[in-house]
Design a protein around this ligand. Sequence first.
Ligand SMILES: [Zn+2]
Length: 379
Amino acid sequence: MHSATEKSEEAPNLRSRLYALPKVDLHRHLEGSLRLQTLAEIAQEHGIDLPSYDIKVLRPFVTAADEEPDFHRFLEKFRFLRRFYPTQEAVERIAYEAVADAAEDNVRYLELRFNPIAQARGQGFSLDEVTTWVCGAVDKAQREIDIRVNLIVQIGRDESLDTAWQVAEVAVAHRHRGVVGLDLAGDEVRYPARGFAEVFQWARREGLHITVHAGEAAGARSVQEAIELLGAQRIGHGIRTVEDSSVVRLVHEREVTLEVCPTSNLQTGVVRRLGQHPLIDLLALGLRATVNTDDPSVSDTTLTDEYEVAMLAMGLTLDHIKRAIVTAAEGSFQPPEEKEQMVEWFREALESENGSLSGLTSREVNDSVNSRSDRSPDC
Ligand SMILES: [Zn+2]
């Protein structure tokens, strides 16, 4: 029999092990990564009208973590967050800090997505200007911090077709400055993807990769539409793929990577409890599912947190997490040679963590659950 002290020495602390893992985040929004402190400082400096400059008072305006789950209330946060890009310096600062915060969590490869309309509209900046500023800030961050970053330009589903074309053209024009992909995001129920098919097909021909938010608020058919009509190689969320076996087959056959973001799914009300999240089913079906943050500030999360809830509340093992990191590296929007090298790097780094990919035993997971009574497995 082991004493409790010996047992805890045997079972390495789960959280510190997850924190130490080299990570890949394929799905993180710049607009959802704004630090509260930065928001308050920018508002104060530029006289942006706020109920308070105290970050405790501002927190409910930014984060959905303390609210009843609701998809539209979640999207509403971004309307508030659009107000904090008054100058080039502010745009650059927010982009730089988003990269720094990811690196702080040991994210070693990041695909950061941003909506240039969010930064440009209302300030009188052009789409080209804000895209250049974001590219420049991310490039600077990469030179100063140990992280590799590529950018994805995002189009909102509620934008006009004319605007969508403008954003796509700006994205293509910046493909040699770090932009590697184009994304469609927003309300998939009211604005189906099919209206944007031509824009995305053109962008793909011009050399951009395609990811589309789908299978989140709308069902599996929305995933099918994104793949068949827009040429999506990855799907943002995609968790409702499980609802239709023909779409499961399609995702499998086309080797589409699913960018799953557990806490976001809970806060938008797409899943009622993390214990009911279908990530483990997607993995059991052999689909290429990955774990990502979506919006660290809005969801009040980190990638370490997402790995932790995936293990403590959704039934994943450490082995699943490590494999999901390798899957994410394989699904990254990089040139084939760079990607191959990166996949190999992650594989080796993760295998050398504790000697193998075998991961924690179920007893070690149980010990971690018991030692973190603040986080219910059914949350
Ligand atoms: Zn997203």
